[in-house]
Design a protein around this ligand. Structure first.
Ligand code: AMP
Ligand code: GLY
Length: 475
């Protein structure tokens, strides 16, 4: 006892030493606690911020969507099917899974287990991919087939507009050649517009300048089956004179939030000459779309369309594309598309300041109304570089020069529309190849930067319009 006391007084107990001993004695317990805390933290973090998204599609629009989602702090991993050469710098691509291979996409989703599947192109939306994915428990961005029909059937969308008083061109639908020709003859108003009812890769619209052209168009669709089943019913409509504007809008079926307006350039050559294409270039915002026109469109077109679809039991969730004609008698709907436009997405999404993943979640959860969506006040321009011959016959497999190893240019953002990455080289793989895009303080600067980058990129027989944005600049 005495020895013990003496020993203690020689080495008085120190608080730090005692704690150390306690720690060492219980280190296994502490280690266990640490593991439990880390496990809970990681799981919480995963729930809160880590999101894996599978994007369906493989063009410039999907590249723009991937670039917007890649900026999100919530997004951990992006997948894209089929994707393309440029998208592969941002997302793991699955080139063998085509967007229209619905079973293949569902099988891929079941393997990857993404938190969301973002369905971007029209065909899989109209074919019901979103429905199939939802039935298997996947969350999605994009409308179900019963709402995507707004793009999938012009006869449906025209009837909806007529019923709900949404301004559009006067029209009639036909499945019989003689009746169609009789109607056009009696109308005797040219030009007149003849449209295939269904999807036709943007080629199903013929603007006939006289009765002979109109008869030929009707015959090609209803008798020769030029567009297959898509053309077995046609819409004949009044020609609208005016300026075209694209307005993309986010909607959860209850609320509609228009994005920044844009202007597409659909014809292949300068001064709107040549054939219609998917789009040769875009600018945003569209200076012709004033605040007053926007307010009119909101009340007469956007809100009524969303309300009409919901009241028909077809709530539209995703991005609805309003193709508008600004006529002397007000804005009228030229067409609806059930998706982001291409190349409209390439100029609109770079100006989006709100996290696209947040918007996607808000739409899925139908709480878009509460979300404040912010936009940059810059202007954005996209110049499409296409393969020579597009939109008709063109060659692919041409090596693209002027891009770095990520498929980018130091001068502008390059959205890949039709490219393939083979042995470290970018090759052309489609009609529209690249969308060279720049955002700047004003449209003139954005266009100058985009064109400077275009001049530094080349491939054999590359073709691009030199007048993108000129009409808007003159405004
Ligand atoms: P759509 O596929 O319906 O968008 O038509 C393709 C293009 O044809 C439009 O972007 C317009 O340039 C033109 N177009 C379609 N319908 C009309 C119309 N009723 N009046 C004038 N141009 C039209
Ligand atoms: N740029 C026209 C469209 O996406 O339909």
């Amino acid at each position: 006892m005495e020895i013990a006391l003496r020993a203690r007084s020689k080495n008085p107990p120190q608080r730090g030493g005692f704690c150390c001993k306690l720690l060492i004695k219980n280190c296994h317990l502490l280690f266990l606690c640490w593991c439990v805390i880390m496990y809970i933290y990681n799981n919480q973090r995963k729930v809160l911020i880590s999101m894996n998204i599978l994007i369906i599609g493989g063009g410039g629009r999907e590249h723009a969507i991937a670039a917007a989602l890649a900026k999100s702090p919530k997004v951990e991993k992006l997948y894209c099917a089929p994707g393309n050469g440029g998208i592969s710098a941002l997302a793991e691509c699955f080139p063998d899974v085509k967007a229209t291979d619905l079973d293949g996409v569902v099988a891929l989703a079941e393997r990857l287990k993404p938190d969301y599947v973002f369905v971007a192109p029209d065909d899989p939306l109209v074919m019901g991919l979103v429905d199939m994915l939802n039935e298997r428990g996947f969350k999605t961005f994009g409308p179900k087939a019963n709402a995507a029909i707004l793009e999938g059937s012009k006869a449906f969308s025209k009837a909806l507009m007529k019923k709900y008083g949404i301004p559009t061109a006067a029209y009639e639908t036909f499945t019989d050649e003689a009746k169609a020709v009789d109607y056009i003859t009696k109308q005797n108003s040219f030009p007149t517009v003849i449209k295939a009812d269904g999807l036709a890769l943007g080629k199903g619209v013929i603007i006939a300048q006289n009765l002979d052209e109109a008869k030929a168009a009707v015959h090609s669709m209803l008798v020769d089956g030029k567009f297959g089943k898509s053309g077995s019913e046609i819409v004949v409509e009044e020609f609208m004179d005016g300026t075209e504007v694209t307005v993309l809008a986010f909607t959860d079926g209850k609320t509609v939030k228009p994005m920044i307006s844009s202007m597409d350039h659909k014809r292949a050559y300068d001064n709107d000459e040549g054939l219609n294409t998917g789009g040769m270039g875009t600018i945003a915002p569209n200076p012709l779309y004033t605040d007053a026109i926007a307010a009119e469109c909101m009340e007469r077109i956007f809100k009524p369309t969303i309300a009409a679809m919901s009241s028909k039991g077809r709530p539209f969730k995703g991005c609805l594309y309003f193709g508008l004609m600004l006529t002397k008698s007000g804005a009228k709907v030229v067409e609806y598309n059930s998706r982001f436009g291409d190349p409209e997405a390439q100029v609109v999404l770079p100006l989006l300041e709100t996290d696209l993943a947040d918007i996607m979640e808000a739409i899925w959860e139908e709480r878009l109304e509460a979300l404040d969506i912010k936009w940059s006040d810059k202007a954005c321009a996209c110049v499409v570089m296409a393969s020579g011959g597009y939109p008709e016959k063109y060659e692919t497999g041409k090596e693209i020069s002027g891009l770095d190893d990520k498929g980018q240019s130091p001068l502008a953002y390059v959205f890949h529309a039709g490219t393939k990455l083979v042995d470290g080289k970018y090759l052309t793989a489609g009609g529209r190849v690249l969308g060279v895009t720049s955002a700047a303080k004003d449209l003139g600067s954005a266009l100058a930067a985009a064109y400077k980058a275009v001049e530094s990129i080349s491939f054999e027989k590359a073709h691009y319009r030199k007048d993108i944005g000129q009409k808007a600049l003159k405004k």
